[in-house]
Design a protein around this ligand. Sequence first.
Ligand SMILES: CCCCCCCCCCCCCCCC(=O)SCCNC(=O)CCNC(=O)[C@H](O)C(C)(C)COP(=O)(O)OP(=O)(O)OC[C@H]1O[C@@H](n2cnc3c(N)ncnc32)[C@H](O)[C@@H]1OP(=O)(O)O
Length: 229
Amino acid sequence: MTATEPATGTDLLDAVADLGAALRQSLEASTSTTASAAQLREAAAGIRAATAPLAALPRPYDKLPAVDDMARAVRVFNPVVGVGSGVAVPLDLRPDPAGGGVVARAALGQRYEGPPTFLHGGISALLMDQVLGHAAIAANRWGMTVGLDVRYRRPVPLHVTVRLAGRVAAIDGRRTTVVGTIAADDAPDVALVEATAVFVSPSPEVAARYFAGVRTASGEQVSGRVGTG
Ligand SMILES: CCCCCCCCCCCCCCCC(=O)SCCNC(=O)CCNC(=O)[C@H](O)C(C)(C)COP(=O)(O)OP(=O)(O)OC[C@H]1O[C@@H](n2cnc3c(N)ncnc32)[C@H](O)[C@@H]1OP(=O)(O)O
């Protein structure tokens, strides 16, 4: 393929993922380097120069990326699971083979630091919101978060593989209650973080109002089957 040909499905997705990985490497390096002021300025100039051509081709925020796949809950720029996102881990959530729910493993880097050497508590909450949301979707219960309760039992160490898991605990009308944990992968029964979230499926009228203007890349309306991730 030449540079002037439009990128197609897989090629575009590969490129989105490649740029996402480069952005994450850049963020991780920028938060864990001892480079001099001159080296930092040189890096900043290079990043700005690389960004300019992207910024010149903006996508309206109510038009979904061409490589999103709403039917499979794939959102490439989601800030937790999106392969194209610089801020995402990205978590690779899978069905939990132990039964019910979803699970992911990840070692979290310096860019998510809160207390020195430990994960920021707000990041734990973000990760749990997403993990529990996917557990709801895995049970065919998509909804928007209306409540998220997070208990921090022990700090989550950086650079150590942790296990993030969630499973549906209760269903009541449009409400789905989901519970989950973050734990060291080698001690999965000792929760460092415990979370409970309530997701509510918007009524059709509310969903239509919220998402009426949202379109897929090919111009189809996604109202009523849109996700929030
Ligand atoms: C097809 C798949 C595509 C997938 C695609 C990929 C997606 C992949 C990502 C997934 C993972 C995302 C994870 C991040 C998810 C966010 O980040 S969501 C963003 C943050 N949340 C919000 O902005 C939600 C704000 N809240 C609202 O807009 C409205 O409350 C809602 C949720 C639309 C509900 O409004 P509504 O439809 O008018 O419902 P309403 O009648 O008020 O309440 C319905 C029921 O829920 C109850 N309820 C309401 N609030 C609460 C509450 N706080 N506590 C308990 N119960 C409550 C009500 O009491 C009522 O109960 P009943 O009376 O029926 O017994």
